[in-house]
Ligand binder design. Structure first.
Ligand SMILES: [Zn+2]
Length: 585
């Protein structure tokens, strides 16, 4: 096997290929995608080759033979494991324009920036809508949209200009900069807190003989501030920064909300929007990029009333999955137990941990793939008194999706001091407090990645995305069975009617209906509506379910209501219409 380099739009991509004999000719066949960096591709290729070798030794068979047999005998139902899942997801993302590198037509564009195509943007929007519906609306939070560029003084107040830095190290040979903590943790296979002192990181590098990926020796560790500076004004007279987290806008808005929105504690203020961090080594596609989006909720509360949460009764028996400090196994523990054993600071925190786990579970992430990891003091953000990172198991390992931080009164106090504006909350009786904050800071892109990764399945027609209907890029697709006999006209009518009802519809009349189903499965569309010969006479359509491929017939006059109920999981698919007998393929 050997590495090949392909140039696509001026960018280099590395693949692992092997020579195979087909009909007497030697052909180069693709085995795996290795990424865009030569050094990383070489390491990855070695890993894959040794894995394939050990597998073929174990089975005592030629590897290619084994693979052939597996694909042939795959049952109609999905396989449990998908090999090289991450690579397949990235390939699917590129093929279907879900996400892909920004400015890809220019060869020298920096990495760490991503564009989202029509399907990706639709999924992304639905993720944010889902969060808005489940967390913002149901918890009566106030949603704002703040400016992404903010004056330097804000970040003096927030402490970012002083403390928001990553430990970095430069290779003495290839001159590349890397995150020191990441290089060390990759070498020793253990988590290394980024907040560790520079001297300690230097010590670990020499102790474990950590080197650059090119083999070169590393220089001294230093701190690199991750804020992205911008120039505003003709002479650049305003020192400004792109915000490194969306929440700063929320803190800046607090006193205005208190005055104008009749805010009463506890009160959540939320925002979905962009944030920017000068990542020194952006990688793993959309999970670590310079420009990213967050869904942030900041719950302001009176610290002396942290246990006064009306709705706690509703969630007290719900089991949270938590990996406590120093523990190796996830513990399932009820919200009530968590509070009783004083494992969190109070009911308000337990309540929102429940709401967070429930929301992400409903978005398509199975419970056995999630955990809240209690984060040690060393590793916590500088402002946090307690942190529970919500992590999801993906093909990249455990991935942090949400930082849940007890920020105390740090933020409002800081902005009070630096702005000279009083940000206290004043009760009707005149009592004043600086509210404390429980933060639920979620990554949009990472959430999207984790959902796609967990929903990527392999069925008999190939890969498909088993997205929940509310996250799927389209609510449904509409097809005429054939492009004649009045079917396209009726299909267009149905499409128009559904769009009028605020449903998102994809119309497709190209190719066989089987291919059209497969294309919709691939991007996760749950329901496909076909107008066939019967439709013209009976004024009905077939609705096909992505996951079990069953079909029902539904009257056109009832279609929008039925679809709405199906999308909201209010009715069972089989009972939503007349089940169609389809011949087994
Ligand atoms: Zn190097």
């Amino acid at each position: 096997m050997y590495i090949v380099k392909k140039k696509i739009n001026g960018k280099e991509y590395f693949y692992l290929n092997k020579a195979v004999r087909e009909n007497g000719k030697v052909k180069s066949k693709n085995v795996a995608y290795l990424g865009k960096i030569r050094e990383e591709a070489e390491i990855k290729a070695k890993e894959i080759i040794s894995k394939l070798e050990s597998e073929s030794l174990k089975s005592g068979e030629n590897n290619e033979e084994t693979m052939k047999k597996e694909t042939k005998e795959t049952p109609q139902t999905e396989k449990k494991q998908i090999e090289n899942k991450y690579d397949k997801l990235i390939e699917l993302a590129a093929k279907k324009s879900i996400f892909y590198p920004a400015a890809e037509i220019y060869p020298n564009s920096p990495s760490g920036f991503w564009d989202f195509g029509p399907v990706g943007q639709a999924i992304r929007r639905k993720v944010v809508d889902f969060w808005r519906h489940e967390l913002v609306q149901k918890e009566n939070m106030l949603e704002i949209h703040g400016s992404q560029i903010l004056p330097a003084s804000v970040f003096e107040g927030s402490g970012h200009l002083k403390s928001f830095a990553d430990p970095i190290v430069q290779c003495t040979k290839c001159k590349k900069f890397e995150r020191a903590d990441k290089l060390i943790s990759e070498k020793i296979g253990e988590n290394v807190p980024e907040s560790l002192a520079v001297e300690k990181l230097d010590g670990l590098i020499s102790k474990h003989k950590v080197r650059c990926k090119c083999g070169g020796e590393l220089g001294k560790v230093s701190k690199f501030n991750m804020m992205v500076e911008t120039i505003v004004g003709k002479q650049g007279e305003f020192k400004t920064f792109l915000r490194p987290e969306a929440c700063q806008s929320i803190f800046l808005n607090f006193s205005r909300m208190a005055k104008t929105m009749r805010l009463k504690l506890p009160q959540g203020i939320a925002q979905a929007g962009g944030a920017f961090r000068n990542e020194i080594s952006p990688r793993q596609s959309i999970t670590r990029s310079v420009e990213f989006s967050q869904m942030e909720a900041e719950v302001f509360f009176d610290a002396s009333k942290i246990d006064e949460v009306e709705k706690f009764e509703e969630v007290k028996d719900y089991k949270l999955r938590i990996l406590f400090l120093g523990k190796k196994e996830v513990e399932e523990i009820s919200a009530e137990e968590l509070v009783k054993r004083k494992l969190v600071h109070g009911k308000l925190i337990a309540y929102f941990l429940v709401k967070t786990q429930q929301t992400w579970n409903k978005m398509g992430i199975p419970l056995d793939k999630v955990r809240f990891r209690e984060v040690d003091k060393d590793e916590r953000a500088f402002y946090s008194l307690a942190t529970f990172d919500f992590e999801v198991e993906t093909s990249l390992g455990w991935l942090e999706l949400i930082a849940n931080n007890y920020r105390t009164d740090y933020d409002l106090k800081g902005h009070m001091e630096h702005s000279g504006t009083n940000l206290e909350y004043i009760y009707e009786d005149g009592k004043r407090v600086i509210p404390h904050i429980w933060e639920i800071s979620a990554g949009v892109d990472r959430t999207m990645f984790a959902i796609l990764d967990n929903c990527l399945k392999e069925g008999k027609e190939g890969l498909y995305l088993s997205l929940p209907a509310l996250i799927a890029p389209y609510d449904c697709a509409v097809f005429p069975l054939v492009n004649k006999e009045g079917m396209p006209e009726l299909a267009r009518e149905v499409e128009k009617m559904l769009k009028e009802a605020w449903l998102e519809v994809f119309y497709d009349s190209g190719g066989s209906v089987g291919r059209r189903y497969a294309r919709m499965d691939e991007i996760g569309t749950m329901f496909c509506i076909t107008i066939d010969g019967e439709s013209l006479k009976q004024k009905d359509v077939t609705v096909r379910n992505r996951d079990n491929q069953k079909q029902i017939r539904v009257k056109i006059s009832e279609l929008k209501e039925v679809l709405r109920k199906l999308i909201n999981s209010e009715i069972e698919f089989e009972s939503a219409g007349k089940l169609v007998e389809t011949q087994k393929k």
